[in-house]
Design a protein around this ligand. Structure first.
Ligand code: ADP
Length: 183
């Protein structure tokens, strides 16, 4: 499924994000930046030790107490097809009363801003927070699609943003949301 936003394309696909050819893929990291399960584990396994080395340096220099929720940092892509990995931390779902929506929005927006600032033209996102962090996918899809759409409407440096879903069901939920938001 594809949508045009200004000069850019927003695309929804089902894939393993570690196979996606984009200038940058986004990692749904945790604040330690030291790897974990889900997308994070796959990115480090396939990308090799270089990414973790760079994450360690970021911890030592920029974020000694860990990367706060909603912020984003960039490393190389190691052995991945993607040249860069943008690591961001989504919120853990705690019932919706703890500014989760705003933090999830920031995770997308700060990743897009960083991509744009680094001259990245194509960027791919997983469904941040909807795995181990248990964010309800219908609500998360509205934030993901809505935030990317809003960003691309205001900013013309990116050529393509791909939202990468890991199951048919997740792709269906995101596609329905996109159809409504692009009405
Ligand atoms: P979080 O901790 O932010 O919830 P997870 O990695 O647990 O992050 O899950 C986020 C989403 O990414 C889930 O929908 C999960 O199914 C999906 N996912 C897991 N592995 C991959 C992968 N290799 N490529 C794309 N999506 C993935």
């Amino acid at each position: 499924m594809k949508f045009q936003v200004g000069n850019a394309t927003l695309e929804l696909i089902k894939a393993d994000i570690t196979d996606v050819e984009a200038d940058a893929i986004v990692n749904a990291a945790n604040s330690s930046l030291m790897g974990g399960g889900g997308v994070d584990g796959s990115i480090h396994r396939k990308g090799g030790p270089k990414i973790l080395e760079e994450c360690k340096r970021i911890r030592e220099t920029e974020w000694p107490d860990g990367l706060p929720t909603g912020k984003a940092v960039i490393t190389s892509g190691g052995n991945l097809k993607a040249k860069h990995v943008i690591h961001t931390v989504g919120p853990v779902w705690m019932g919706g009363f703890h500014v989760e929506a705003e933090l999830l929005k920031q995770a997308y927006r700060n990743s897009l801003k960083l991509a744009s600032a680094k001259g990245v033209k194509t960027v791919a996102f997983p469904s941040i927070s909807t795995g181990a962090y248990a964010y309800p996918i219908e609500e998360a899809s509205r934030i993901a699609v809505g935030t990317v759409k809003e960003f691309l409407e205001k900013e013309d440096k990116l050529d393509k943003v791909t939202l990468v879903l890991f199951s048919d069901r997740d792709l269906k939920v995101y596609s329905e949301t996109a159809s409504i938001l692009f009405g």
